[in-house]
Ligand binder design. Structure first.
Ligand code: UDP
Ligand code: MG
Length: 326
């Protein structure tokens, strides 16, 4: 029987220092007796020597391929680039900093190949050491997302195995602004999970700035829920009810000629209504910006280079398609 092909997709951003060792280590956990493996490294526009290291890796290991994006498009886009450029029986997606332990890869493969699960997710037992403020922000983000979209991602990670079926499904999702974790949860399918402990980064710092994380959070919520728009309507209704009562009271006072100079009320009302209007407009604006981005239909990423082996593989695929057409 022919061995199944598993692609390990790893987005890499400014990890030149450690990427060689990390990928070599990951490679040791790939048992080639049972499956064929390829490791696909997507360089997300790194500014250090990452691409050099990736070419070195691909010269040293037969099964390593590299793909270089033309600039930093973000981890989400790098993952898309990886997925769209492979054609395996299953994909494993993981980080390059060994925070996703390669030790559990054999177990993931077993759950997929033997037990027939289509998605095997790595689930964090504990979030590794991180700043207190990050922890609070992450937790409240997941709470809000769960409340609004019903998708529960607390403890979910990007460490996953996806069957070819799921990859096909993901490829059909045309949105440009992707939130990978949410999208793969949205697809459904037969899922299993494996708990793992997040280790500390073995070098360097996390590549996520507070701003990048905030962008991801807003993108995730607006991608999976229209609830904020409904909340705006709901607030409007609430204020209408309030103004009805206040209106009645004002008229009553007026007709009984006991109306006093109610400045406080006026100022408070102005402030509350003014700020609510501003926030509402902001929320609506966020959605319009999203529509605008999707309508422009720009590609999610641009590839600037591929390692030699990747090109050979592409040529092979191309020849195969040509033959099929004949
Ligand atoms: N990453 C990327 N593009 C970015 C930021 C990060 O491809 O713009 C990659 C990074 O190289 C790593 C993974 O995404 O493989 C996770 O990043 P990091 O370890 O910095 O994040 P954390 O572990 O704090 O979530
Ligand atoms: Mg990390």
């Amino acid at each position: 029987m022919e061995k199944k092909l598993v692609s390990v997709i790893i987005p890499v951003y400014n990890e030149g220092e450690k990427i060689f060792d990390n990928v070599s280590e990951i490679n040791q956990y790939l048992d080639t007796k049972l499956y064929d493996f390829e490791i696909v490294l997507v360089d997300d526009g790194s500014k250090d020597n990452t691409w050099g290291e990736i070419t070195r890796l691909s010269d040293n290991f037969d099964n390593v391929r590299g793909l270089r994006l033309s600039r930093n498009f973000g981890k989400e886009a790098a993952l898309c680039a990886g997925i769209e450029n492979v054609n395996p029986d299953a994909c494993i997606i993981m980080d390059s900093d060994l925070q996703h332990p390669p030790e559990i890869i054999p177990e993931m493969l077993k759950l997929w190949a033997v037990d027939g699960f289509d998605v095997v997710e790595g689930v964090k037992i504990a979030r590794g050491r991180e700043r207190f403020i990050n922890k609070i922000c992450a937790l409240s983000f997941y709470k809000v997302l769960h409340m609004m979209s019903g998708i529960d991602l607390d403890r979910a990670s990007d460490f996953k195995l996806l069957d070819a079926k799921v990859i096909e499904a993901l490829k059909t999702m045309g949105e440009r602004n992707t939130f990978f974790r949410g999208m793969s949860a949205w697809t459904g399918f037969n899922r299993a999970s494996i708990p793992f402990e997040v280790k500390e980064r073995n070098s360097g710092r996390s590549k996520w700035s507070a701003f990048k994380l905030m962008k991801l959070a807003i993108n995730a919520i607006t991608s999976f829920s229209s609830m904020p728009l409904y909340i705006v309507t709901f607030l409007g209704a609430l204020f209408l009810a309030g103004s009805f009562i206040l209106g009645l009271q004002t008229l009553y006072m007026k007709f009984r000629n006991i109306a006093v100079s109610g400045f406080t009320t006026v100022i408070l009302l102005l402030l509350i209504i003014g700020s609510t209007l501003m926030i509402s407009l902001g929320i609506i604006g966020t959605y319009i910006a999203k529509i605008y981005e999707e309508v422009k239909g720009r590609p999610r990423y641009l590839v600037s280079e591929k390692t030699d082996k990747f090109q050979a593989l592409d040529a092979g695929n191309y020849a195969r398609e040509e033959n099929l057409l004949k």
